[in-house]
Ligand binder design. Structure first.
Ligand SMILES: Nc1nc2c(c(=O)[nH]1)N[C@H]1C(S)=C(S)[C@@H](COP(=O)(O)OP(=O)(O)OC[C@H]3O[C@@H](n4cnc5c(=O)[nH]c(N)nc54)[C@H](O)[C@@H]3O)O[C@H]1N2
Ligand SMILES: Nc1nc2c(c(=O)[nH]1)N[C@H]1C(S)=C(S)[C@@H](COP(=O)(O)OP(=O)(O)OC[C@H]3O[C@@H](n4cnc5c(=O)[nH]c(N)nc54)[C@H](O)[C@@H]3O)O[C@H]1N2
Ligand code: SF4
Ligand SMILES: [Mo]
Length: 712
């Protein structure tokens, strides 16, 4: 059933379901169904703009490979449609059988940053409290785990401090490992609205679209960021270009950090980063003389073998210079998926709901009280991270896996190992929109999910803004919202009466509000979905006591940043300097594998593993149709390679073929492949950061050869 309240509207606004920018899209309705989308002119995020994916969001919903019934794979490998009651009964009996034979810890779940917060919270409770599953992680591990750990250690809570107007109010913007022009094009539009003629500095081994549009590009050698940032701290200290008052009053660990940074001399920085002295000096000058300096980072930082410390090295620079809590400043991690932030707070995977601690009995009691659970139902430990789940399948300790809204067989690092793991499983359940994903090919049971636009709930964007998604289309056949699927599974499993509190997305939202109460993310002041709708989304925090008692419709300011009072979330109110010695990547180039392979986003029209964006004719026309590898002209000519030629690429894991694209946007000795084609992760090596366990997707050693044979 379509929710009554939107049925008669001719237009309605909802938040985009692709990236974390969280643009508002206006759906133009006819007979209760959206027929067209346009960017919402009044929405405070995108101010009337949208990228091609946003405009084309309806196309993936109409694709011919949408699943319309649950499907069970028979012995011959054929998929047969079954009813929801049969599917749910099989789900419960097979997983319970595995737990009975191999122990409760023998099942695992991999979820996503692409569902609503209500859905991911219900899944986290169902899997961890109801099914007693210990090992539960999600694709936000591939993406945001580093920022999560970095902020938690540095600020005391996982709290990206910025709002998007900081792009417009900064006079020096430093983007590290962030290709905003491609990955967050509407945020780049916000940068272009900055009237201060800002310095825009891009730190990236590649001359990306963003670097080409910047004032300055620092083409550092891959994974030399940590040395660069510590060397920058040393140089700022040497010039006394630091905010001593701020450091004294609001930080901890400065003396140790200042002493540590002394060994990162200019010579060392130049040697490790490959930068010119003049460029490094200009970088220091820009930060030292900037009045409002903001530091932004994305996957070039988060995906690395020492990523947490790299993110914290950026946080340290903001703390050193007092660039935090003021307009146009901040140590700002830009998130990736539409609900990465919801996942960080409420997935119930690595931290207990609301960013709490599984090991803390008081936290468990609090959550149990709100959810109507016996406290004993809440486990005292967190489970395996994604890489440990894959390893657990390999070593036989995990036998059953439930994959929800992620395409592991394509996006996980060192793909062969992931594929081998999926093949080994006794039972794999995949819950997706499509039956044709690389991961679905291994599934024993497939559950058809409604997609974005076919269901209701909230998403949290990069600037902590909760926004509403609405049902503007009917899901095909018997496909159901993930929320409804979790309810059906909870019933089939017979998890107990607590499940009745999760009677609808809106009821779940009330639980989330209670779970957020008195935490830094408190949003108890958001009265309803209607209030979110009316305000154009609301950023956390918005506690109920923040609402002014003398107005009948208390509304928060449209954009708010954190730490304006310079009070951080550690018990002493101070932000912490965190640092560590840099280490080399585990696999470096060798005579046999002389190139470093960089990976990342290719175009604004392509989303991840392409299951959604390849369904739009328009987006396909804006995308390259097969895998390519970018190579520097000098390397290409030494190898006799021209643009358009098929080349053979090999790492110690695999050999693949790709079309060469000769371009000076990559440096000598480096190659770049987009992550959107499955060949890329066949080459990568499973290395994770020790603190966040986020994979290092952007560094491995490969060779490239002219190919004698064309790929079949
Ligand atoms: N069109 C589109 N937009 C997207 C997505 C998509 O799939 N398609 N995905 C969304 C998601 S989930 C995410 S997480 C974001 C990702 O957004 P970004 O992180 O901006 O995108 P990437 O291209 O993965 O990586 C950014 C840059 O890191 C650089 N890099 C590689 N190694 C290093 C290094 O050692 N140091 C430094 N400083 N830089 C390095 C790469 O050259 C690349 O240009 O995009 C979001 N937006
Ligand atoms: N080499 C390399 N690999 C990378 C990266 C890189 O930079 N380089 N980046 C990593 C990053 S940052 C990320 S975030 C991951 C992304 O990796 P994935 O999460 O695997 O990528 P998606 O293609 O977004 O997969 C989402 C799946 O969920 C389905 N889906 C969409 N909406 C819904 C829904 O509402 N319900 C359900 N049930 N299903 C839905 C889609 O059809 C799709 O199959 O990739 C990582 N992999
Ligand atoms: S920038 Fe991101 S949120 Fe905005 S329309 Fe594009 S994909 Fe959607
Ligand atoms: Mo991501």
């Amino acid at each position: 059933m379509m929710p009554q309240r939107f049925e008669t509207d001719s237009t309605t606004t909802l938040v985009c379901g692709f990236c974390s920018t969280g643009c508002g899209l206006t759906a133009h309705m006819r007979d209760g169904e959206a027929i067209h989308l346009t960017p919402a002119a009044q929405y405070p995020v995108n101010l009337g703009m949208a990228c091609p994916k946003g405009w084309e969001s309806l196309a993936p919903l109409a694709a011919s490979d949408r699943m319309s019934t649950p499907l069970v794979r028979d012995r011959s490998g054929q998929l047969t449609p079954v009813s929801w009651s049969k599917a749910a009964a099989q789900f419960a009996s097979v997983f319970k059988g595995i737990q009975a034979r191999w122990g409760t810890e023998s099942i695992a779940c991999l979820s996503t940053g692409q569902m609503t917060t209500e859905e991911m919270a219900l899944l986290g409770c169902l899997f961890r409290f109801g099914m007693r599953g210990t090992h539960y992680d999600s694709n936000t591990r591939q993406c945001m785990a580093t920022s999560h750990v970095a902020y938690k250690q540095s600020f005391g809570f996982d709290a990206p401090p910025f709002c998007y107007s900081d792009f417009e109010q900064s006079d020096v913007l430093v983007f590290v490992g962030s290709n905003v022009c491609v990955a967050h094009p509407i945020l780049w539009q916000r940068v272009l609205r900055n009237e201060k003629a800002p310095l825009i500095i891009v730190v990236d081994p590649r001359k990306t679209e963003t670097a080409m549009n910047a004032t300055m590009h620092l083409p550092i050698l891959p994974k030399s960021d940590l040395v660069l940032l510590y060397g920058t701290a040393r140089a700022l200290l040497a010039r006394d270009a630091v905010d001593s008052g701020f450091i004294r009053d609001h930080t901890a660990g400065f003396d140790q950090f200042a002493a540590f940074a002394q060994s990162f001399t200019e010579e060392m920085v130049l040697k490790h980063t490959g930068l010119e002295r003049a460029d490094f000096e200009q970088f220091i000058n820009a930060i030292a003389s900037g009045k409002r300096v903001s530091f932004w980072w994305t996957m070039g930082v988060n995906q690395g073998h020492e990523s947490t410390r790299t993110a914290q090295a950026l946080i340290n620079l903001a703390l050193l210079t007092g660039n935090i809590g003021k307009p146009g400043t901040g140590a700002n991690s830009i998130t990736g998926q539409c609900n990465a932030m919801g996942s960080r707070l409420f997935a119930n995977a690595t931290s207990l709901l609301g960013g709490r601690d599984f090991a803390d009995a008081a936290h468990r009691d609090k959550v149990a009280g709100i959810l109507g659970l016996p406290a004993a139902a809440i486990p005292e430990k967190k489970g395996f991270a994604y890489d440990q789940i894959i390893d657990g399948i390999h070593d036989g300790s995990i036998k059953g896996l439930w994959v929800v809204a992620t395409n592991s067989a394509h996006s996980w690092i060192q793909q062969e190992s992931a594929l081998e793991a999926l093949k080994k499983l006794e039972f794999l359940v995949v819950q997706d929109l499509y039956s044709t994903t690389e991961t679905a090919a291994f599934a024993h049971l497939l559950l058809p999910a409604a997609g974005w636009g076919e269901k209701e709930g909230t998403l949290i964007n990069s600037e902590r803004r909760l926004g509403l998604v609405k049902q503007i289309r009917r899901a095909p056949g018997q496909a159901l919202s993930d929320f409804r699927i979790f309810q059906i599974i909870a019933e089939a499993w017979n998890v107990g009466p607590w499940r009745h509190r999760w009677s609808s997305p809106e009821a779940a939202f009330e639980l989330l509000k209670e779970l957020s109460r008195d935490l830094p993310c408190d949003f108890t002041g958001i009265q309803s979905y209607e209030m979110l709708d009316a305000c154009g989304g609301i950023q956390w925090p918005w506690p109920d006591h923040a609402a002014s008692p003398d107005t009948s419709s208390p509304r928060p300011a449209v954009e708010r940043r954190l730490f304006e009072d310079f009070n951080f979330y550690h018990d002493d109110g101070r932000a912490q300097f965190v640092f560590d010695n840099p280490t080399p990547p585990p696999e470096t180039p060798s005579p046999e594998f002389p190139f470093i392979l960089l990976t990342g986003r290719g175009t604004s029209a392509q989303w991840h593993t392409l299951t959604r964006t390849s369904k739009s004719d328009m987006l396909r026309r804006l995308s390259p149709d097969s895998v390519y590898v970018e190579i520097n002209p000098l390397d290409a000519s030494a190898l006799g390679i021209q643009s358009g030629l098929k080349v053979q690429l090999a790492s110690r894991r695999a050999t693949v073929f790709a079309t060469a694209l000769v371009t000076s946007s990559v440096q000598r000795g480096q190659l770049f492949m987009p992550m959107h084609f499955r060949e890329t992760n066949q080459l990568t090596l499973q290395v994770v950061d020790p603190h966040s366990r986020q994979p290092s997707y952007k560094y491995c050693a490969v060779q490239v050869l002219r190919s004698a044979i064309r790929e079949a």
